[in-house]
Design a protein around this ligand. Structure first.
Ligand code: C5P
Length: 411
């Protein structure tokens, strides 16, 4: 995917046991296309060696402000001028306190204070993101919370911490986010904030309509496209409500706190959950909703009889969730995006759904070639145009879909 292509990251490591995860973080950042320059505090070298970090980053590691390898003798200035962001992981309580007071008594704290990104001779502050890691008592201490307040006021982004098992054996807030999460948060940080402050509602996955306690009617949807759109919407700065049918997927970017997930099973449950969010600015109806359900579910497993005695079921139509939503939101029109997974005449059927479902946009694709896959090709159909995107990874497509939708939103 390489979502950090051409990004230069300065990774600062301060002294905490979570520093043992830093080499893995470096590897993941590099895998996403970033180049990583590591700077460490003296204390950090007690937990992880500079040699390890030099080996995984492929670059010399800096620790001291008196390092003579920088020709003008000013590593605290030179190290940040060509970077796109400084990431401090782990950020110890001591390092956060220093940062919040503007103290600068070692290389890492000094380069944070002196940080600046040089773009053609114009120097602007370089973004700084910190990932706290400490014992829960240290995190909850009023002094640390004072640092947090000051850092946020200074527009320094704080990622985490998470709650859970700690190295000291206690359990609580203060765990560093996992390297994968830190990497995803950094990727999100660099995405354009095209949906900042917008409420975005998304349905994803299949629905399951029970016939009896062990059998049911469903659809071949993995939920991957809907979850990719949810991730891209959070990356774009939206507040996301994700209503998901039964899938085996983790909630994307859950640790950032901008996504709420509701799990449902049947179309009726999905319908009811969707309509409670009728004030959403954008609705992506990505779920593959089962069109029918049996008129009454059997309480016990239906037993097989003789080979000639095959059970018959009366089917009734499920509510059309997208149509119900687009009709319910008439007073405060939401931008409604429908999906059309077809097996034939994809564009023609898509155009019909644009009208019959009362949507602003239809995204048509060929169902069987994409169900469960990571790759998709889609055609965006609105009243005036058709635009084909892909084939590409579903997350790449989701970001492009967000871009296309944001262009069409009322300003
Ligand atoms: O009618 P069809 O299922 O082909 O339409 C697909 C679009 O309508 C998708 O956006 C899907 O989420 C939505 N839909 C719905 N409720 C249904 C059936 C489909 O919201 N009962």
């Amino acid at each position: 995917m390489m979502s950090l292509n051409n990004k230069k990251i300065l990774l600062g490591i301060s002294g905490g046991i979570a520093a043992y995860k830093s080499p893995e973080l470096v590897r993941q950042l590099i895998k996403e296309g970033a180049s990583v320059q590591v700077a460490m505090t003296d204390a950090a070298t007690q937990f992880v060696t500079p040699t390890t970090l030099q080996a995984v980053s492929g670059q010399p590691v800096f620790i001291s402000q008196w390092d003579t390898r920088i020709s003008n003798g000013m590593p605290h200035i030179e190290l940040t001028r060509d970077v796109d962001a400084i990431l401090i992981a782990p950020a110890s309580a001591d390092f956060m306190a220093k940062l919040s007071l503007g103290l600068a008594n070692d290389l890492l704290s000094t380069l944070c204070l002196a940080r600046g990104h040089d773009s053609n001779g114009v120097i602007t502050p370089c973004p700084l993101l910190i990932v706290p890691a400490m014992n829960r008592q240290m995190w909850e201490n009023i002094a640390t919370q004072r640092s947090v307040e000051r850092l946020l006021k200074d527009k320094i982004a704080i990622l985490g911490p998470a709650s859970g098992d700690q190295a000291c054996g206690e359990v609580g807030m203060g765990r560093m986010l996992e390297p994968t999460e830190i990497c995803e948060a950094l990727i999100a940080f660099f995405q354009p904030k095209r949906l900042l402050g917008k409420k975005v509602l998304i349905t994803a996955g299949p629905t399951y309509e029970a016939i009896d306690p062990v059998r049911g009617l469903t659809n071949r949807s993995s939920g991957k496209m809907g979850f990719a759109i949810a991730r891209a919407a959070v990356e774009a700065g939206a507040q996301v409500q994700l209503i998901s049918g039964p899938v085996h997927l983790d909630t994307p970017l859950a640790f950032l706190g901008n996504i709420q997930r509701t799990n449902v099973t049947s179309a009726q449950e999905m319908h009811d959950a969707v309509l409670t969010h009728h004030d959403s600015d954008v609705f992506f109806s990505v779920a593959a909703v089962a069109d029918w359900r049996v008129s009454s579910m059997a309480d016990q497993k239906i037993k097989k009889q003789s080979t000639t005695d095959i059970p018959h079921f009366d089917l009734v139509q499920n509510p059309d969730i997208l149509l119900a939503f687009s009709s319910a939101s008439k007073n405060k029109p939401s931008f409604c995006v429908g999906f059309a997974a077809e097996t034939e005449n994809t564009i023609e059927y898509g155009k019909k759904k644009l009208i019959s479902k009362n949507t602003s946009l239809i995204i048509a694709n060929h169902g069987p070639s994409t169900f469960g896959e990571d790759i998709n090709e889609v055609t965006l159909i609105d009243a005036n145009n058709e635009l084909t995107l892909g084939p590409a990874d579903k997350l790449v497509l989701a970001r492009e879909i967000i871009r296309e939708v944001s262009k069409r939103l009322p300003t």
